[in-house]
Ligand binder design. Structure first.
Ligand code: ADP
Ligand code: MG
Length: 580
């Protein structure tokens, strides 16, 4: 509807005509597009939006901090391929939430952060409104896309654009700015309904070019020491059958990136997870499937990758700009992973050569060596626990309950759990992702429980837990089947640092000694357990998973057990001039 008509309608709404308003149109537009859950924090000007969404049958999950609601929306997007929606108040709430769409964009998760904002007329003249901020301008450089809707009649288009931007191509975080005045704008109900858009084929399949398929197969066929690296793009794509068929038909060893673990079981005979350094160094052809050659893969070069020039890379990615980002890609396959793998499978000869036996044999030897080296460490049943002992118990839990979702963050807690805990099914491991960001824990755990209905095990460093810990109240309020295990080693990396200045303040990386995180959840009616041995830990987690009741287990870890920055100490500059 033209602006003049909207104004006329607002001024003198026809007493007979049915009316609708911005609140209703936002809710109707989301529902029309199959979005039935909102993660948010209520407040001005979106309090009524949450209430009305709930009244309209949507699931509205209220958090204690916007960043956690945003993280929940982001991982909901990863798990479902539909944009997760996060709702926040203006300026400070918006900024609290903004980390989430920025992180979602970095990780290629589709989400939409919807924030109420203050009046444009006042904000743009900087006249000092309540929570004044030009939120659209702030969001733009950090999100995949950002939009603002000023007229109720444009809400349908605004929501449609946000959805399409979030899920099409490389997915990402989208910001949708809704000024307070918009919500109360009244328009004719029939016109309002007509203005809504049901997005058709929001993320269209993208077929690779036949010549690119042929080129990729030629390179793969020439390989003497091939390797497939599966990334979280492959997990996101939900092309699980095509991935398994391709991997098994080629017989090539595969290496899952963290959140791609379980696409094929970590116990699969072709899984090279336990021979990671060997396969990275010695492979000659590497096929990347929804994985980027970023810092997590040492940018495809350097010591990790063996002799310079010893590799050829084949890459499947939906984003053409990803190709050649770190090293030259000899066979780029641009398209969605399902379409690309299907095309490869169709173009492959029925008698594809088996992967060379000397190569697969060498990997198996290495893998068995590494697995047996670790085995005894995982069975250590001591008090206090070390990381391996505690993780050995949790590894058995996931083996016995492969449907459970594992959320994982921390430093040592993250790095060691990633290697120790085998995954058996796709999209069951959710963690800190591309940024290695702390604070995703409770947001991810809540959304995982809501979106999948499956039990969630959140394995948290004591420091990492602190970033979103207040959401245990949210977990208790909604009665979610989430079991949190806090690996409590009294601090960041370790609990043993002392103040280098000799003063009475504690060192910068230590926390209160002997803290009892289990008491935190008890304050909200959840179950708290304190454990000191792997056996106790296993029993407590099993009880929590059986009951489905919100549980927090304080797992006492030896304060001296961790190492600085876990596995990424090389990224942490340390002064050679520091006085010990
Ligand atoms: P990891 O950290 O597991 O290596 P990354 O996040 O680095 O994974 O890489 C994921 C890649 O997957 C991104 O480059 C992204 O463009 C790509 N991607 C995401 N979804 C799809 C899809 N459906 N089809 C193809 N590529 C995808
Ligand atoms: Mg710690």
């Amino acid at each position: 509807m033209a602006e003049a008509a909207v104004k006329a309608k607002e001024a003198a709404p026809d007493a007979q005509a049915e009316l609708t308003d911005g609140f209703h149109l936002v809710i109707d537009a989301l529902k029309l597009n199959g979005i039935n859950t909102i993660y948010g924090v209520p407040g001005i000007p979106i309090t009524d939006l949450g209430r009305m969404a709930q009244a309209a049958g949507m699931r509205v999950i209220s958090f204690r901090h916007e960043q956690n609601a945003g993280n929940a929306a982001a991982i909901a997007g990863f798990l479902t391929k539909k944009p997760g929606v996060c709702l926040t108040v203006s300026a400070p709430g918006f900024l609290n939430g903004l980390t989430a769409p920025a992180n979602a964009t970095t990780n290629c998760f589709p989400m939409i952060m919807v924030s109420g904002s203050s009046e444009r007329e006042v904000v743009d003249l900087q006249q000092g409104d309540y929570e004044e901020m030009d939120q659209l301008a702030v969001a733009k450089p950090l999100c995949k896309a950002a939009f603002r809707v000023l007229h109720a009649a444009d809400i349908g288009i605004g929501v449609a654009r946000a959805i399409r931007a979030a899920v099409s191509g490389r997915p990402g975080g989208v910001y949708l700015d809704l000024p307070a005045k918009l919500f109360a704008q009244v328009i004719d109900a029939a016109a309002g309904q007509k203005s809504l858009v049901k997005v058709i084929d929001a993320a269209p399949a993208q077929m690779p070019a036949p010549a690119a398929v042929k080129r990729a197969l030629e390179v793969l066929k020439s390989a003497k020491r091939p390797l497939i690296i599966l990334g979280k793009g492959a997990a996101y794509a939900q092309a699980d059958d095509a991935i398994r068929t391709f991997v098994e038909k080629t017989g090539m060893p595969f290496l899952p990136m963290s959140m791609a673990k379980g696409l094929l079981p970590d116990t699969h005979p072709q899984c090279a997870g336990a021979a990671r350094s060997t396969v990275l160094k010695d492979s000659d052809v590497v096929m990347l499937v929804g994985a980027r050659l970023n810092w997590l893969l040492s940018h495809g070069k350097g010591k990790t990758w063996g002799e310079p020039g010893s590799k050829k890379f084949v890459q499947i990615d939906i984003d053409p700009k990803e190709m050649d980002s770190n090293v030259g890609i000899v066979a780029p396959l641009v398209g969605d992973i399902g379409s690309c793998l299907t095309a490869l499978l169709e173009a492959m000869d029925s008698k594809w050569p088996a992967a060379p036996a000397d190569w697969t044999g060498a990997i198996n030897t290495k893998r068995e060596e590494n697995v047996s080296k670790m085995a005894s460490r995982l069975m250590k049943n001591t008090a206090p626990m070390d990381f391996h002992g505690a993780l050995g118990a949790l590894r058995t839990v996931i083996k016995e309950r492969p449907d459970a979702i594992l959320v994982n963050e921390g430093a040592n807690t993250l790095d060691l759990a990633r290697g120790v805990i085998d995954m058996y099914k796709p999209r069951k491991r959710l963690d800190v992702g591309t940024w290695g960001v702390m604070g995703i824990g409770m947001g991810f755990a809540i959304a995982a429980a809501i979106e999948t209905g499956k039990p969630v095990l959140a394995v948290e460093g004591d420091s990492a837990f602190g970033f979103s810990g207040m959401e245990v109240e949210t977990i208790c309020r909604y009665g979610l089947p989430v079991c949190i295990v806090v690996f409590n080693n009294d601090g960041i990396y370790r609990g043993t640092d002392v103040n280098a200045g000799g003063g009475s303040d504690p060192a910068t990386t230590v926390f209160v000694k002997g803290s009892r995180y289990d008491k935190v959840i008890e304050a909200f009616g959840g179950i708290g357990v304190n454990v000191t041995t792997p056996d106790e830990l296993k029993r407590a987690v099993d009880a929590a998973m059986d009951s489905g009741k919100p549980t927090l287990i304080n797992a006492v870890i030896d304060p001296a057990a961790g190492s600085e920055s876990g596995r990424i100490g090389n990224l942490n500059p340390q002064s050679v001039l520091r006085k010990k």
